[in-house]
Every structure is written in C-alpha cells, then in structure tokens.
Design a protein around this ligand. Structure first.
Ligand code: NAP
Length: 267
C-alpha cells in the first residue's frame, strides 16, 4: 500500500519533538506539505529542517502556543498564505500534567490541563473547519492516550482530559461526516519519546542502574498491561496517523485507534 498525500497540507501541533515530530515525518514521507508548531522557535525550526532534508518536501516551522487564540489565528493565516490551506489537522500538543495522589493535586491543575489538552483542540478545529468545509475534504486526528480508557490512579487530571478527547472526536465525526471531514482519535501507550528517555535516565541515575534496566523495571512495575512488553516507538504512532490521514482510510471516522501494544484491557 502506497500512501500518497500529494497536494494535501497538514498541520501538526506540538510537532517539534516526540510523537508530533514522527507524525510530521510520516506525513512528509507521504508527500504532504507539512506545518509544525511549538512554543520553542529553535526546536521547531531545527525539526522542520531535519524533516525537509530527509524527505525533500516543504515543512513550515511556526512558533505558536496552542492555548492562545491570537497565536492560533495568526498561525492558521500564515499556513493558508504559505501552503494554500489546511486539509489535515493533527491535534497532538499536550502534556501529562501533575502526577500524584488525588488529594495532593490542586483543583486549578485540572482546569489548566483541560485548557491545554482539550480546549486547544476545540480552538484548532474551529480555525481549520471553514477551509475543510469549502473543499469538502478534511481529516482531523486527535491524540488521546491509553489513559482515556484505562485511567491511571496517579494521573487523574490527564485521564479526564484524554477521555474527553475520545468523546469529542466521536461527536465531531457525527456532525462533520456530511462534509466529508473524517475525525478520529489515536491513543498511544508508553511511547519512547525524549520525555520518557529523560525520565528513565533520571530513574537510572537515582538507582545506580542503566537506562535499559530502568526501562525494564518501569515496564514491569508501572506498565504491566503492555502485552508486547516493550515501549512503543514514535514512528509506530506516526505511521498510524499517516494512514488515518490517507485516502486509504476513507471509510474510517469516529474510531479510536489504540497504538498501545495491547495495553488497554477492554475489547
Ligand atoms: P512531548 O515529547 O512532550 O512533545 C509535546 C509537543 O507539544 C512538543 O513539541 C511541545 O513543544 C508541544 N507543546 C506543548 N505545549 C504546547 C503549547 N501550549 N503550544 C504548542 N505546542 C506545545 O510529548 P509526546 O510524548 O510526544 O506526546 C504527544 C501527544 O501524545 C500528547 O498529546 C500526549 O498526551 C500523547 N501521548 C503520549 C504518550 C507517550 O507515551 N509519549 C502516550 C499517550 C499519549 P514545546 O513544549 O516546545 O511547546
């Protein structure tokens, strides 16, 4: 199967690293024109240049905070002027928020994480929708997590934002299907991103062990449900995202594609 996104423009929020950067690479390999954004100007520029060098396709780097309506509006205008529109939206920017016992997490953390993880997605969808409706073609892919279906008791703020995203995507898919705009969720579990690598280095330094030993212990103690018994790779999530964005996925909408090594226990 040859995925071709020639002629399509994709925006990946939080595309400077981790899953977002891998999604941007997969979309660019499929020949889409890609825009990526994050708050760190240097990082987003470096990542865009690295992808462009690998694939030979245009990647536009934008510094923008998705929690700011003004910055999102400006970014969308810039992409439309430079690349001609936005056909594919990958709502990836997000954070895990505060981790710990429920009693120790202040109420305000719930609202600020909801603002980043959920309201930013709403903001981005509203910004790209007029263009997608006019073209009668669109793909919206929202990043949730295994936590959206299988809550971690120490991650209550994150769990609820990721559950909300799955519900939001399904509802949107029902109202946008008539416009040939397909909306899906991708839910990864424990993907080896720079964030995870740093966390394991820290654990290893504390235990006087190697990062590989720390990874194995983390999998055993904290992620025992991953059937494949390893961390996922960012390119495994990137590939799933590129597939859902493609013409080959033209009859898939409202689904939640778990890229989780079998971690979520339900059918
Ligand atoms: P990451 O490595 O921390 O990358 C997050 C990206 O989002 C970065 O580019 C970051 O850049 C950007 N970002 C954060 N806040 C932003 C804001 N306000 N405005 C614009 N950009 C912002 O995260 P990741 O692990 O790749 O995760 C990506 C998505 O997958 C998240 O939604 C996460 O919940 C989900 N996910 C990840 C895993 C996992 O195991 N890694 C598992 C399940 C779900 P700046 O900070 O420089 O802005």
């Amino acid at each position: 199967m040859n995925i071709s996104l020639t002629g399509k423009v994709a925006l990946v929020t939080g595309g400077s690293k981790g899953i977002g950067a891998a999604a941007a690479l997969s979309l660019s390999e499929a020949r889409a024109k890609v825009a990526i954004c994050s708050r760190n100007a240097d990082e987003v520029k470096k990542t865009a240049e690295a992808i462009e060098a690998k694939t030979g396709h245009r990647v536009l780097a934008i510094t923008a905070d998705v929690t700011s309506q003004a910055e999102v509006d400006q970014m969308v205008q810039e992409i439309i002027s430079s690349l001609g529109g936005i056909d594919i939206l990958i709502n990836n920017a997000g954070h895990v928020g505060e981790i710990g016992a429920f009693e120790d997490i202040p109420t305000e953390i719930y609202s600020s994480l909801y603002e980043l993880n959920v309201v930013s997605m709403v903001r981005l969808v509203k910004a790209v929708l007029p263009g997608m409706k006019a073209k009668k073609w669109g793909r919206i892919i929202n990043l949730s997590s295994e936590n959206g279906l299988q809550p971690d008791p120490d991650m209550t703020p994150y769990n609820l934002t990721k559950a909300a995203i799955i519900n939001f995507s399904k509802g949107l898919s029902m109202s946008l299907g008539a416009h040939n705009i397909l909306v899906n969720t991708v839910s990864p579990a424990f993907i080896y991103t720079p964030l995870v690598a740093d966390m394991l280095k820290g654990i290893a330094a504390g235990n006087n062990s190697s990062p590989e030993d720390a990874l194995q212990k983390f999998l055993h103690d904290k992620r025992p449900n991953i059937v494949l018994k390893r961390a996922g790779r960012v390119e495994e999530v990137g590939a799933a995202i590129a597939f859902l964005a493609s013409e080959q996925a033209s009859f898939i909408t409202g689904t939640n594609l778990r890229v989780d090594g079998g971690s979520v226990g339900s059918i």
